[in-house]
Design a protein around this ligand. Sequence first.
Ligand SMILES: O=C(O)CCC(=O)C(=O)O
Length: 270
Amino acid sequence: MVATDILNQHYSLSQEQIDFYNQYRYIKLKDVLDEETLNYYNVIISNKVDELNDVETPLEDRNTYGKAFLQLFNLWQQDEIIKELIFSKRIAKIAADLMDVEGVRLYHDQALFKEAGGGITPWHADQHYWPLATDKTITAWIPLQKTPLEMGPLEFSAGSHQILHGRDLSISDDSEAQIEKRLKVTDYKHVIEPFDAGEISFHSGWVFHRAGTNTTNHIRKVMTIIYMDKNMRLKEPSNDGQQNDWETWCPGAKIGEVINTPLNPVLYGN
Ligand SMILES: O=C(O)CCC(=O)C(=O)O
């Protein structure tokens, strides 16, 4: 067996897991990847991030966003082997089943490497940045190593997609403070858990999430795949971030029409 065979094998989700996702809009799933595949991609993605990263500013001189992670986009276009991970039918079908849609397309991928000594990822909701017409969006957050609490694993406010206050805040000290304050007076559970090797989380575009600092001497290496319903339509952008995302991640898509550009291939479904 080569390391990547698991990428197209079926992963069984129970109805309970689908119901859990539907209620809380996040879920953590164990053994989506095996250790062999994980170690293989850890090396390949790390090499690509090293090659493409152009951030030279020392960590201490960056702002809060800059301290949170090194961020590199659409690696699937840079490397055929990384493309096999991003095009994994196993992961894409989980995304489709959790959202209860027939198929999913790629919005974009990104590597999020929280460096040793890296800062927090402030509370935020992703869909604030996306010009997408419905909430059928989901991110697979794929740690490339076992991720203990000290490394800053992804944290969720379970079920917080129902809160409107704070959705419009870009990732910043302000979003961290305001959303934290709002969440404190709700009953939504703040889920802070380590990730085993091979464990992946899925979260929807409107659920609030954050990550802590990385206090270890190792980089917290994560790859993410952002999926949307394959029938997702482009909406009129309502902020500069959404305008920029339209031009960058779905160039040529038309408002009101299904986002069917070469950058948005269907990864599961017909
Ligand atoms: O990896 C992180 O620290 C944050 C990830 C995140 O916000 C996301 O994938 O939506």
